[in-house]
Design a protein around this ligand. Structure first.
Ligand SMILES: [Zn+2]
Length: 93
């Protein structure tokens, strides 16, 4: 299968060619920019869409990051006292 001949879903006649373009994403009050993101542009109507695999990857990473910061926020709330004694040497073998 030829990647360079993806039929445009918007106009149905154009062919979409791969380009790299900045991907902008709003995260709450922050703006995330991915400078060289893989996308496709229709040569007829100019419809632009991002690579599915790229989007899946970005969203996966964002979910991981969000889960990670949630975990960290929880950990900060729980004030754990420092162990007063050194950990005993493990002799489990
Ligand atoms: Zn098109």
């Amino acid at each position: 299968m030829n990647v360079s001949s993806i039929r445009c879903e918007e106009c149905g006649i154009g062919r979409c060619r791969p380009v790299t373009t900045p991907y902008l994403m709003k995260l709450g009050k922050h703006m995330l920019v991915m400078p060289d993101s893989p996308a496709y542009v229709c040569d007829i109507c100019g419809n632009r869409f991002f690579d599915d695999e790229f989007l899946n990857g970005v969203h996966y990473l964002l979910e991981q990051a969000a889960a990670d910061s949630r975990r960290r926020a929880r950990r900060r709330q729980v004030a754990r006292p420092e162990p007063a004694m050194p950990a005993p040497a493990r002799r489990s073998r």
